[in-house]
Ligand binder design. Structure first.
Ligand code: FE2
Length: 182
């Protein structure tokens, strides 16, 4: 799968990300470079076509913007109506998130599964990222949850080191586990 829809700004972003992933660096460093490439695009007014800013009432919406012809990465827009959230999950690859509109809430977790008692999660971080801000993860240790806790629609751009047009999503696993205090 190659290009779906390409505004000039997405084309420029895809070229920058392509350069950033052309590296043998550890995944977390690749993700850091991709985050640097993504940040300038987040303040481009015409980054997205109107169809890629549309949300749904049922759940948050993923629009595939671009898939690298060599399947090294995918760029998607995610549209979050008020109250919409992911499950707690991790990814099969590195993942970079940038906020394009509104403010997105992100919570990080650590899995405790030492065999002595039923597995559980510990909350390890929390942030509310505003327009233009980025964050990035690489497995292992990338368990997180994203939500729109505001009263307005939120749009974020996510870049994954995987081909989501084949996988459907880059989610590796969901974690339906109790959350305990650290
Ligand atoms: Fe995620």
């Amino acid at each position: 799968m190659a290009i779906r829809t390409l505004t000039p700004a997405v084309a420029a972003l895809a070229a920058d990300v392509s350069t950033a992933v052309r590296s043998d660096a550890p995944a977390i460093d690749v993700a850091r470079h991709v985050a640097s490439a993504l940040a300038p695009a987040l303040v481009v007014p015409d980054l997205l076509d109107s169809e890629h800013k549309c949300g749904r009432t049922e759940s948050y919406t993923q629009h595939i913007l671009y898939v690298d012809p060599e399947s090294r990465f995918s760029i998607v827009s995610l549209v979050w109506m008020p109250g919409q959230r992911t499950v707690i999950h991790d990814h099969v690859s590195w993942c970079v998130v940038g906020v394009y509109q509104g403010a997105e809430e992100e919570t990080l977790y650590r899995l405790v599964d030492d065999g002595r008692e039923p597995a559980y999660l510990v909350r390890t971080g929390h942030a509310v990222n505003a327009r233009g801000q980025t964050s990035f993860f690489a497995p292992p240790g990338d368990i997180h949850e994203v939500c729109n806790s505001s009263d307005d629609a939120v749009i974020s751009i996510h870049v994954y080191g995987a081909d989501v047009s084949v996988l459907g999503s880059s989610v590796r696993r969901r974690y339906d586990l109790p959350v305990r205090a650290a």
